[in-house]
Design a protein around this ligand. Structure first.
Ligand code: SF4
Length: 452
């Protein structure tokens, strides 16, 4: 059962405490995390596992990765490229159509698609006609059963012609990457989008029938101060966002070359990041948004807030979600599929992706078999991140004890019978606490960003 997350004040922002408890770690959008996927599994093994898992599949979700953007933001770590080469786009879409046919052919007659998500990149970097063709192709091949359709959109390319497209595909969920309304900060991260552009985007979405509109926002940007964040939150609430994802900017230029353009000397320090995260939490809670997981917020009537309140919240590659389908099929370069006993990732390199499909081969590149132990640990981690509490069996607890001890000693989490419970004031450390159950975790801070 989920606990009700209270409006709370986070921990004091003492630098020593932050260093001790805010341990860098994965975001756990899958368990094991994608950095541990290996190529050695072999394509035959992966395909057999997919067939095995699919044998009993009924409800499933689809995710389509469209790795193109009109222009590239300097902070972005997504697998995406500039959509300025018509030929490259056309051949990618040809390959994706082929992949749709191959993947759909693997499904048993019992399968039903309940959710479809489009992400990237930015799906609206495509020509609307190409996008409709893609949708037609999936309607033709997959057994859809009144699916919930969601889409990620970039305001800079959200032209009026996308309204009829969204209506035609019955998209009721949409997420816009807003990040900040401050013109100076937009300049600092290479993403210029005036407020009027967002206003237009909101109009397009609402007229198209989108009932759950998410804004992605960021704190910890170069030169950002708390008043900047507060005015972004005010505008976001004023535009009527139903959901908000408030992420801390992770500056890892050794992993993401694009970030070298960002002025690292202007980045707020760890204490200021904590203060911003706290401001976001308190401001949104006071404005009537319910905290969901550790970085999402939603109006009480939004399906995400309702899922959190009733213990049906999940975590998958798209973050916190009310999608509880046991099988998620990812299509498109770098997309990840999730099955009860397997995680499998499509080839990231779009050249190799197209080459495989031109030979009618599924372009699976990496994967990870999920052992019974992985599934047990994954369930504990997901429960902790989604609901702040998890039932933990004794052997798992004993195994995690050494890493948990500092958090238990200071009351950041506590044991209630068989449950481990994260204190309300320690939500910011949820990832660090959950990581105690992850034996794969690499301790090198260079591989992961800090939790706040
Ligand atoms: S539009 Fe989105 S996916 Fe594209 S570069 Fe910017 S942040 Fe990344």
């Amino acid at each position: 059962m989920a606990r009700a997350l209270a409006v709370h004040t986070m921990l004091s922002v003492d630098l020593e405490q932050i260093k001790k408890y805010n341990v860098p770690g994965p975001r756990y959008t899958s368990y094991p995390p994608a950095v541990h996927f290996k190529p050695e599994l072999g394509l035959d093994y992966v395909i057999n596992q997919i067939r095995e898992n699919n044998r009993t599949t009924r409800d499933l979700s689809l995710y389509f990765h469209l790795p193109f953007c009109k222009s590239l933001c300097w902070y972005c770590g997504c697998n995406t490229a500039a959509a300025n080469k018509a030929q490259r786009l056309a051949t990618y879409l040809d390959a994706l159509h082929r992949e749709i046919a191959l993947v759909a052919a693997q499904l048993p007659a019992s399968a039903r698609v309940r959710r479809i998500a489009f992400g990237g990149g930015s799906p609206n970097a495509l020509n609307p006609v190409d996008f409709i063709r893609l949708f037609d192709e999936l309607v033709l091949h997959f057994p859809l059963e009144e699916p919930v359709v969601s889409i990620e959109l970039v305001p800079r390319a959200l032209t009026a012609e996308w309204g009829p497209v969204l209506r035609a595909i019955h998209a009721t969920r949409a997420s816009m990457g807003v990040q900040t309304f401050s013109p100076g900060l937009q300049q600092a991260i290479g993403r210029i989008q005036p407020t009027g552009m967002i206003e237009h985007g909101v109009e397009v979405l609402r007229k198209a029938g989108v009932t759950s509109m998410n804004f992605d926002l960021m704190y910890g940007l170069p030169g950002q101060a708390r008043p900047d964040l507060e005015s972004t939150l005010q505008l976001t609430a004023g535009f009527g966002a139903d959901r908000i994802a408030l992420f801390g900017y992770a500056h890892v230029p050794h992993l993401i070359a694009r970030q070298r353009r960002i002025d690292a000397s202007a980045l707020p320090g760890p204490q200021e990041r904590f203060r911003m995260a706290e401001l976001g939490y308190e401001w949104l809670a006071a404005a009537g948004y319910r905290p969901v997981g550790f970085d999402h917020f939603a109006k009480p009537a939004d399906p995400l807030a309702r899922a959190a309140a009733s213990g049906r919240l999940h975590r998958n590659f798209q973050g916190f979600t009310e999608d509880g389908a046991p099988v998620l099929l990812g299509l498109g370069a770098s997309a990840i599929s999730s099955f009860p006993t397997l995680l499998a990732q499509v080839e990231k390199n779009s050249g190799r992706y197209r080459m495989s499909l031109s030979q009618d081969r599924l372009p699976i590149a990496h994967g990870k078999a999920r052992s019974a132990d992985d599934r047990r640990r994954g369930a504990v981690i997901e429960e902790l991140l989604c609901h702040g509490r998890a039932k933990v069996c004794r052997p798992l607890l004993d195994d995690a004890w050494e890493l948990l001890a500092p958090y238990l000693d200071t009351g950041l989490c506590e044991l209630e019978g068989e449950y481990l419970v994260i204190a309300d004031r320690a939500v910011a450390y949820a990832r660090s606490i959950a990581a105690a159950f992850d034996p794969y975790r690499q301790h090198s801070p260079r591989r992961f960003s800090s939790a706040v």
